[in-house]
Design a protein around this ligand. Structure first.
Ligand SMILES: NC(=O)c1ccc[n+]([C@@H]2O[C@H](COP(=O)([O-])OP(=O)(O)OC[C@H]3O[C@@H](n4cnc5c(N)ncnc54)[C@H](O)[C@@H]3O)[C@@H](O)[C@H]2O)c1
Ligand SMILES: [Zn+2]
Length: 341
């Protein structure tokens, strides 16, 4: 089968590999229908994720058809259409019982990181019963791919951790797929203002179509000044970091209002300065989270009932053998206007 392999910092190749086989009774083998590229894949290629070693098949998102199940799998059957969660959960460990699947002792975020992932024709799914979600056959395939990671990440790490409330002022730094998913799910809680900050005008325009009340282009690194002017020096109740670089986290430190929350989503590869000399008296909260995907069943219902429309988040389509071109397109979003594929 064809696969996309991480070969070390800055390097990836398309290769032929054998189709995976069941190695444990709780495994399933899924034939991929659609997958996508995440900002996290770009972080891996930058060398920000040391747990992902050269030789690894990348990818942690997708939908597919179950080809085969192990003898211990009870609720998933061959020919089922399934959503692959980016987080593997054994369903029984201490963390899973607390709903913190991201820290599952035998799972967590392992696809395309510690075990081979979904940017392939087939993938082995450990703990299939608790790591796959059944989809009906007449699924709108494109939109559902975004439920593996993008939508639950924006919602859980950004909106739930950021405690977005009716009437609040929210800033989302980063209008990539994750920032835009955060924007869509913020509106479930009716904040009065949603300010989107990015350096890419196309993504900011799209943010307006998706419900942002204000957009700020941070190309000159002065978004904090602009935002403080707009909010009359008050700042925002929730500042959501959806980029993963020091500058944008520090931007959140500079715009959070007294009593507010900085909800970090970004994957960070280097240390970030925390300005406690100013923030100590600010009554703020900082949250971090690896997506747990505990809200996936609820988000699936909202997408199925069209309460959330993800179609504007899909900009490009590629065949698996064009995946290097897909990476190039997504990696140069400013010139290609790419969001997800
Ligand atoms: N916590 C989790 O569980 C989790 C899960 C998935 C993804 N992530 C992380 O979320 C982040 C966003 O993912 P994505 O797929 O949307 O990534 P992306 O690379 O597509 O988007 C990042 C956006 O940030 C913008 N940006 C870059 N520098 C900026 C600056 N100085 N000021 C303002 N905007 C700037 C870019 O223009 C881009 O639109 C990544 O760090 C990704 O690794 C975290
Ligand atoms: Zn577990």
């Amino acid at each position: 089968m064809k696969v996309l392999v991480y070969q070390g910092v800055g390097r990836k190749t398309v290769e032929e590999r054998p189709i995976p086989t069941i190695t444990s009774p709780t495994d399933a083998i899924v034939k991929m229908i659609k997958t996508t590229i995440c900002g996290t894949d770009l972080h891996i290629l930058k060398g920000d994720v040391p747990t992902c070693t050269p030789g690894r098949i990348l990818g942690h998102e997708g939908i597919g058809i179950v080809e085969q199940v192990g003898s211990g799998v009870t609720s998933i059957h061959p020919s089922d259409y399934v959503l692959i969660s980016c987080i593997t959960a054994d369903g029984t460990c201490e963390y899973c019982r607390r709903g913190m699947y991201s820290h599952c002792i035998h799972g967590g975020w392992i696809f395309g990181n510690q075990i081979d992932g979904t940017q392939a024709e087939y993938v082995r799914i450990p703990y299939a019963d608790t790591s796959l979600y059944k989809l009906s056959e007449n699924i709108d395939e494109d939109a559902f791919v975004l439920l593996s990671d993008i939508l639950p990440t924006g919602f859980e790490c950004g909106i739930l951790n950021g405690k977005v409330q009716p009437g609040n002022t929210v800033a989302i730094v980063g209008a990539g797929p994750i920032g835009l998913a955060t924007l869509l799910t913020a509106q479930l809680y009716s904040p009065a203002e949603i300010i989107m900050i990015d350096t890419d005008d196309h993504r900011l325009e799209l943010s307006k179509c998706l419900g942002a009340t204000t957009t700020i282009n941070n190309h000159d690194g002065r978004a904090a000044e602009t935002l403080m002017k707009i909010t009359k020096s008050r700042g925002v109740d929730t500042a959501i970091e959806a980029v993963g670089v020091p500058d944008t986290f520090i931007l959140c430190e500079n715009i959070v209002a007294a009593g507010g929350i900085i909800a970090n989503i970004g994957v960070h590869g280097v240390k970030v300065e925390l300005h406690l000399e100013r923030l100590w008296s600010h009554n703020i909260t900082i949250t971090t989270r690896l997506v747990d995907t505990v809200t996936t069943p609820m988000l699936l219902k909202l997408v199925k009932s069209k309460k959330i429309n993800l179609n504007l988040l899909i900009s490009h389509h590629f065949k698996l053998d064009q995946i290097l071109k897909a990476y190039e397109t997504f990696g140069n979003a400013a010139s290609t206007n790419a969001l997800t594929h």
